[in-house]
Design a protein around this ligand. Structure first.
Ligand code: ZN
Length: 250
């Protein structure tokens, strides 16, 4: 086998030397699984103006439109399976090397790769199920779709009648405090903070690498394109996430 480039060998050594790794993942880890980066130029979010959370709350018609758009997207990506990057991170977790995965993705692929749910912090929620905004009750997408098709109106909570929404964080929707405070705690206590497939442009998530470094962690960024944090990183690898991790994590 071809010897890995120096930078990948360096990543392997940094992982080897760390007692606790935290992986921070973004859209770039899932593109090889067929899930497009909606924020990228030409991506879906640059074509349609996203529905803001306040608009979603304000009208049933907007909620219905949001659900229809969501199912259109979901049907395109629902069969996606974990890629090489997900599997490499799952190996790091299984070996005890990685303590947590913080992700900006909503695709559930870290869970599907075998990482236990309690070790995954989903900053933008999860797109494979729905929740009541009033009482938090979980509802399944198949049920929501059935309700919409049958009654031509957005679904309401079976437990309390509240508004049901995909369990994702929409534009303008506050991120739950407990997730961010857990992410801070995890970032502050790791030895290596490994960014994979994120351009670190979305705040407050993008503050985590700096926080980790301030508390003494090494910072590694594996991303297809440069980020604003490259200058402070200990190692930057501008390559595909799957290509890189599948070699770096044996
Ligand atoms: Zn409810």
């Amino acid at each position: 086998m071809e010897a890995p480039p120096n930078e990948i060998a360096k990543l392997s050594r940094l992982i080897e030397a760390s007692q606790s790794v935290v992986a921070f993942t973004g859209a770039g880890i899932s593109t090889e699984c067929g899930i497009p980066d909606f924020r990228s130029p030409g991506g879906l979010w640059t074509k349609y103006k996203p529905i803001e959370f306040s608009e979603f709350l304000a009208s049933p018609e907007t909620r219905l439109e949001a659900w229809r758009r969501y199912f259109k997207l979901y049907d395109e990506v629902r069969n996606a399976r974990p890629g090489r990057g997900h599997r490499a991170i799952a190996r790091l977790v299984a070996s005890g090397k990685a303590t947590h995965v913080i992700t900006q993705n909503i695709d559930n692929l870290h869970q599907e790769s075998g990482v236990p749910g309690e070790k995954i912090l989903e900053l933008h929620g999860n797109g494979t199920f729905a929740r009541c905004l009033a009482c938090g009750e979980r509802h399944e997408l198949a049920w929501a779709r059935h309700e919409i098709e049958r009654f031509r109106r957005p679904p309401h909570c079976l437990a309390c009648g509240g508004i049901v929404k995909t369990a994702t964080i929409s534009f303008g929707q506050p991120m739950p405090d407990d997730i961010m405070s857990r992410a801070h705690a995890v970032a502050e206590s790791c030895e290596l903070f490994l960014v994979v497939g994120s351009s670190l442009k979305v705040y407050p998530a993008a503050t985590l690498p700096m926080l980790a470094q301030r508390w003494g962690a090494r910072l590694v960024i594996v991303n297809n394109e440069p980020t604003d944090f490259d200058e402070i990183a200990d190692l930057v690898i501008n390559r595909d996430a799957g290509d890189t991790l599948s070699i770096a994590v044996v």
